[in-house]
Design a protein around this ligand. Structure first.
Ligand code: GLY
Length: 376
């Protein structure tokens, strides 16, 4: 079993590397979000504050870290420079500055020591810190839009932004960033994780004292349902918080969320968009599988070997199932992982390639092949 898996991992990495190098050569100066007929768009450069803009440079850094292919580094640094405009268009940014900068500038700095990249990542950390509500002990996700006031809203996705704050504390030797990250993670464990291990996407708080006053179904089927990408953000987010703080509660929470995810996906290992939606229509979300796989592999690295197999095997099963059913390896087409879904409701954005699906799929295979440099 192990030998067959190792061969599959190596072959899959080799296909990833070839495909990313080809795509990068075709997409100079772009920051893609999705692909149409196998061709990347340029949504990121057109909307420079778009929350997914870190994932394409992140992909380039993942493949650069293994291959040393200099053209990928050059492409990633071009994206980073383009993204500087987002600092001037400040109002377009939200809590996702961690996803935007920590895997682009943050990784550049940590791999190459580039001082401009360090400054960019510190700007991003300060923007994220500026969203912390000191009375409520949470990081506000979004500002007001669509006539809706979001001052007390938190979303589970924010767990992925916390590594930026842990890094900023380490880098500046100022513990305040970590204090905020820990306060937010504690809030998320209490208010986003239900007793059965399933995850609430959106929690609404009283912004004067942090008390929880409501929830929303967000991108899942309904209030009380289980949006699988939210479940995956929790798995990976909590295990990352454990890795950065060694706080046992975060490992326990990551495991609890992982067990719910594994139970939800194990019929065929292809994640549906929501684990508590009606059986029909069948709506997949490959991005949930890729994110969860990264988290499961990190959990496997944090628990004793007798426990690790559960998480490692589940990650491999999800990745293999998706590789067989959802991946496109045609070198003339951009985007690898198909069948991502932005949100449960609405046909638009359903069963499409999404850049963070590729990012986390590649990161998971990178981990499986034995790479240990942690991007987050
Ligand atoms: N963070 C937004 C999403 O997962 O779609």
């Amino acid at each position: 079993m192990r030998d067959i898996n190792e061969q599959w991992q190596q072959e899959t990495w080799s296909k990833i590397q070839k495909k990313v190098i080809k795509s990068a050569a075709r997409n100079i100066g772009s920051i893609p979000y999705t692909a149409h007929d196998g061709k990347f768009d340029n949504r990121g450069a057109e909307n420079i504050c778009w929350w997914t803009n870190g994932f394409w440079p992140g992909i380039l850094w993942l493949v650069y870290a293994v291959s040393g292919e200099e053209s990928l580094k050059a492409r990633a640094e071009e994206c980073e420079a383009l993204m500087d405009r987002a600092f001037y268009e400040l109002e377009g940014l939200n809590h996702d500055v961690g996803m935007m900068w920590h895997i682009s500038s943050g990784v550049n700095y940590r791999l190459t020591g580039n001082p401009d990249s360090k400054r960019r990542n510190l700007y991003a950390a300060n923007i994220l810190a500026g969203r912390f509500n000191i009375k409520g002990n949470f990081i506000k996700a979004w500002d007001e839009w669509g006539g809706e006031d979001h001052r007390g809203w938190t979303i589970i996705d924010c767990m992925m932004n916390l590594p930026l704050l842990y890094w900023a504390s380490e880098e500046t030797k100022d513990p305040r960033y970590t204090h905020m990250a820990v306060a937010h993670a504690d809030m998320a464990a209490a208010d986003h994780i239900r007793p059965d291990g399933s995850v609430r996407h959106i929690a609404i708080h009283d912004d004067r004292n942090g008390g929880m006053i409501g929830e929303r179904g967000g991108q899942g089927y309904d209030e009380g349902s289980v949006w699988s990408r939210g479940q995956a953000w929790a798995i990976y987010g909590f295990i990352l918080s454990f890795i950065h703080t060694r706080k046992q509660e975060y490992l326990d929470t990551a495991k609890q969320c992982a067990q719910y995810f594994i139970a939800g996906v194990q019929s065929d290992w292809l994640p549906r968009c929501d684990f508590r939606s009606p059986g029909e229509p069948v709506i997949y979300d490959s991005t949930a599988g890729a994110i969860a796989a990264c988290g499961l592999l990190e959990i496997a690295g944090c628990v004793p070997e007798y426990e690790a197999g559960l998480y490692r095997d589940a990650a491999v099963r999800v990745l293999k199932a998706m590789e067989q059913s959802f991946c496109n390896w045609d070198l003339e087409k951009d985007s690898i992982l198909q069948m991502g879904t932005e949100q449960y409701h609405g046909e638009k954005g359903r069963h499409i390639p999404i850049i963070y699906g590729d990012y986390f799929f590649i990161e998971a295979i990178y981990k499986l092949t034995g790479q240990t440099f942690l991007f987050w």
